[in-house]
Ligand binder design. Structure first.
Ligand code: ATP
Length: 437
């Protein structure tokens, strides 16, 4: 764990590009604004973050199951959910430089933040991406790219209930792409138009919703701690009446202190029975839950915990980043929790002779089926350590002369830089143990 992150966005963006975490989309064509591609290390990191979330929210629990709904849904879904009418942001244009802004993000109202010019009146701009289904581009074939994954869960709530033995309270978790035609994008992968959400919707009896809301607030806070995020950099922000989304009775954001300030990482909402009621009304299908024990019938309330996978990745990068001034050089290190580090172990022969590379290759072959490892024999060992520190590899194993005599290696800890000797046969258990939460 870093003593304290000293990340700046410039440093993070440059590291991401240099080491293959994140590239600009369509870079050879000049790039597509605010669209990004995850490179070899980025994709491992993102998968690990999603797996971490999935295990926390779905895998380890018996009251929550998973779902993978399609991105395109019947357009009526978005009428019922209120997105067609109300999923808008206030848009203003500068009359002078023609730049566009989200009115609620302008510090000095009425004045263009870029040139100081006068702004147009506010008009509401719908954030949903529209496209057409099939060969004819007419209003009857309009479909939307989903702006949130949640609706896929609501419209499947009865399917899940009828095909499982779940009883209220229970939850459905889902990870998937969402699209919002944001007026302005910002801060690298923080706000983009295509992103991934990790959402869990928890169905409860009305009246118990406040209690469950508190439960999920506490649970989600523990989750970020387990993920290795500095607790002092995570806080709650309660939505005031004017901030509440059209569906929410209560809402808390979990905020993280990014290099550009405190910003939302996840939203926890009490969506009441708003969504199920509307889907019942618009689809004509019964959404009522029947409690076999108490014989009660009711529309469940829903508590939602909605996090962004890309935002979490940026949070993890910002939080893990540290530049340390050492005696002889500067060390850049990413202090990822071993569970999410893209590469778990660097494996080095001390020198490229005396059979050391062969032993190191054998260790690589033994560990690789279990988790990603990286074999490196080029340059001084100190430099190899630095290369692994920079991408957050928690352990480096070195094969040396003693290895050839007694089958032990040194294992070096990324954070303390201390080494200990350990038997080759114990390596897997050692690393695997550290990866557990
Ligand atoms: P914001 O106020 O930042 O626009 P929001 O309150 O509209 O976010 P929610 O609808 O609650 O966001 O979405 C849940 C989560 O999805 C957010 O906490 C965030 O992590 C992620 N998310 C939302 N919009 C974006 C986006 N444009 N780019 C990346 N992640 C996003």
């Amino acid at each position: 764990m870093a003593t304290q992150s000293n990340a700046t966005m410039d440093k993070i963006i440059s590291l991401c590009r240099r080491r293959g975490f994140i590239f600009q989309s369509s870079e050879i064509y000049g790039g597509l604004n605010a669209c990004y591609d995850y490179g070899p290390l980025g994709v491992e990191l993102k998968r690990n973050i999603k797996d971490f979330w999935w295990n926390w929210m779905v895998g380890r629990r018996s009251d929550i199951v998973g779902l993978d709904a399609s991105i395109l849904m019947a357009p009526r879904v978005w009428e019922a959910s209120g997105h067609v009418a109300g999923f808008t942001d206030p848009l203003v244009d500068c009359k002078v430089c023609k730049h566009r802004f989200r009115a609620d993000m302008i510090v000095d109202p009425g004045k263009c933040p870029d040139c100081g010019g006068a702004l147009t009146d506010i008009r509401q701009f719908n954030l949903m991406f529209k496209t057409f289904m099939g060969p004819v581009e007419d209003s009857a074939s309009v479909v939307y790219l989903r702006p949130e994954t949640a609706q896929g869960i609501y419209v499947n709530y009865k399917n899940v209930l009828d095909s499982s033995r779940l009883k209220i309270p229970f939850g459905i978790g889902q990870i998937g792409k969402a699209f919002r035609n944001e007026i302005t994008t910002e801060n690298f992968i923080f706000r983009t138009r295509e992103f991934e959400q990790m959402e869990m919707q928890y169905f409860v009896q009305p009246g118990s919703d406040r209690e469950w809301f508190e439960y999920w607030k506490a649970d989600r806070q523990s989750y970020y701690q387990a993920l290795g995020i500095h607790p002092a950099k995570v806080r709650f922000h309660e939505h005031g009446k004017d901030e509440l989304a059209h569906y929410a009775a209560a809402a808390f954001d979990i905020q993280y202190e990014f290099p550009f300030g405190w910003k939302e990482l996840e939203g926890i909402h009490n969506r009441t029975d708003f969504d199920l009621k509307r889907h019942q009304e618009y689809s004509g299908k019964d959404m009522i839950y029947f409690d076999e024990v108490t014989r009660e019938r009711y529309l469940p309330y829903i508590i939602e915990a909605s996090a962004g996978a890309d935002r979490t990745l940026l949070c993890v990068l910002s939080d893990a980043f540290e530049e340390q001034e050492l005696e002889k050089d500067t060390r850049t290190v990413l202090h990822f929790h071993p569970a999410i580090a893209p590469i778990k172990v660097g494996i080095f022969p001390l020198v490229k002779k005396d059979g050391m590379p062969e032993v190191a290759r054998k260790i690589e072959a033994a560990l690789k089926p279990h988790f990603p490892v990286f074999y490196d024999e080029s340059g001084a060992v100190g430099r190899r350590y630095r290369r692994q520190d920079e991408i957050g590899t928690p352990f480096c194993v070195t094969v040396d002369t003693e290895t050839l005599q007694n089958d032990t290696v040194t294992i070096r800890d990324r954070d303390t830089m201390q080494q200990e000797r350990i038997g080759i046969d114990d390596l897997f258990q050692f690393v695997y143990g550290k990866m557990q939460v």
